[in-house]
Design a protein around this ligand. Structure first.
Ligand code: UDP
Length: 401
């Protein structure tokens, strides 16, 4: 009896163990399959972006600082129309003169018409002209210091220099903006006298980036700025809906009149550029023209999300989508998807952030800016068909340094 009941107990015991082991096995197998499936769907979900990044990185070749060659394609594009026309005539210059501030370079001296609507912008431009003047031949030139370009493709081309344009729309020849030296937008209360010199900002933001390594940064997108273009609205609205994903808000600017200008909410406080480094994903949008902020954002060693690709400054084409930044459609249709991709692919984001920062550090130094000024003015002078005649009403501009 004792023997039979021990047998029964043993059978029951082994049966339970077998059931337990089988359940365990089934459970483990399911978990493994689910894990694999998840891995597959996650991988497949982002496959498209990963492919774009891999391809762009493979195709990218870093450029050389010699003769500021990183920006040569822009120079070629901007002067193509004048090369095709066979040069810039006296009549072209005469027709251009009301579209900007008129300068003359004569015997390595700089002269300008008396009035300049934005004196700090003119002096930001003049800093670079004076720096390179010993290397420049005589010339007349028209420099537009307004925010927007002046000459449209539906008109005859005019030789006008502007800091920003849309390549398919404007004939303007791009020059490095005055803000590299001075005359940048004043933002109250953080930049009451303007954004400040580029070389100094480079140092300030670089130090902030060191204090905010990737692991310390918030895993969020960030934007502060005024409503200079409604293209920024969808990000502000997404931030209101999903604050864990995006922190984006409108600040006041000089044109602020009511909450309509901040999309029906009170204006947010302004945040210095170096404090943007606390966030992993930083947004750049066009404003009235290209926004001056793009170059600063890269210095944080955060990933730059650059919205739209129409509005340019001279250095934009050297920066490549997926290599140096994440390109976002102007209507922001793909922005949420891109941010989820970013959050789930941190190593990829870190690499893009590093490459973007390195490009700006290596190739957008003040000497590269001066170099590009020199290149465009030498090319321009080569195309000029008219010798300048001294305008007696112009005043000489001297270095204040
Ligand atoms: N800016 C800033 N912090 C702010 C708001 C603006 O650093 O809280 C900077 C911004 O990066 C840009 C400049 O101030 O370089 C002007 O920004 P705004 O949005 O007014 O105009 P934008 O030129 O971008 O159209």
């Amino acid at each position: 009896m004792l023997h039979r009941s021990t047998n029964n107990l043993a059978i029951k015991y082994f049966r339970n163990v077998a059931v337990f082991v089988t359940l365990g096995f089934v459970f483990l197998t399911c978990a493994e399959v689910n894990h694999e499936k998840e891995k597959y769907t996650k991988g497949a979900r982002w496959h498209h972006y990963i492919e774009l990044i891999n391809q762009a990185v493979k195709d990218y070749k870093d450029c050389s600082n010699e003769n500021c060659s990183c920006f040569t394609s822009v120079l070629k594009d901007d002067f193509a129309v004048w090369i095709k026309k066979g040069g810039i005539t006296k009549d072209d210059l005469k027709a251009a003169h009301s579209f900007g501030v008129n300068y003359q370079i004569l015997s390595h001296k700089l002269f300008r018409q008396e009035e300049c609507m934005f004196p700090f912008r003119c002096s930001g431009v003049e800093h670079f002209l004076l720096e390179i003047i010993d290397n420049l031949p005589d010339m007349d030139l028209v420099i537009n210091v307004k925010d927007w370009p002046q000459v449209y493709h539906h008109q005859e081309p005019l030789p006008v220099f502007s800091f920003s344009k849309v390549a398919d729309v404007n004939w303007d020849i791009m020059y490095p903006a005055w803000t590299f030296w001075e005359g940048g937008p004043a933002v109250w209360p953080i930049y009451p006298t303007g954004l400040g010199r580029w070389d100094l900002q480079r140092d300030i933001i670089t130090r902030a980036a060191e204090a905010w390594p990737w692991d310390k940064k918030e895993d969020k997108a960030f934007f502060r700025g005024s409503r200079t273009s409604s293209e920024r609205d969808p990000l502000i609205l997404l931030s209101r809906k999903e604050p864990a994903l995006v922190d984006a808000a409108y600040t006041k600017n000089q044109a602020w009149k009511s909450n309509e200008d901040t999309l029906y909410q009170p204006p947010a406080s302004e945040v210095k550029l170096e404090d943007h480094c606390k966030y992993r994903y930083l947004f750049n949008f066009r404003g009235v023209a290209a926004s001056f902020r793009l170059k600063h954002l890269f210095l944080c060693n955060s990933t730059v999300f650059h919205v739209g690709n129409d509005w340019l400054e001279f250095f934009y084409p050297a920066l490549k989508p997926w290599v140096h930044y994440i390109p976002v459609k102007s209507d922001l249709a793909n922005v949420r998807d891109l941010l989820l991709f970013a959050q789930q692919n941190q190593d990829v984001m870190k690499s893009i952030a590093n490459r973007g920062r390195q490009f700006i550090i290596d190739h957008l130094r003040l000497e590269d800016v001066s170099c590009y000024w020199k290149q465009i003015l030498l090319k321009y002078a080569e195309l000029l068909k008219a010798k300048p005649v001294k305008n007696k009403s112009f005043k000489e501009i001297k270095s204040t340094l």
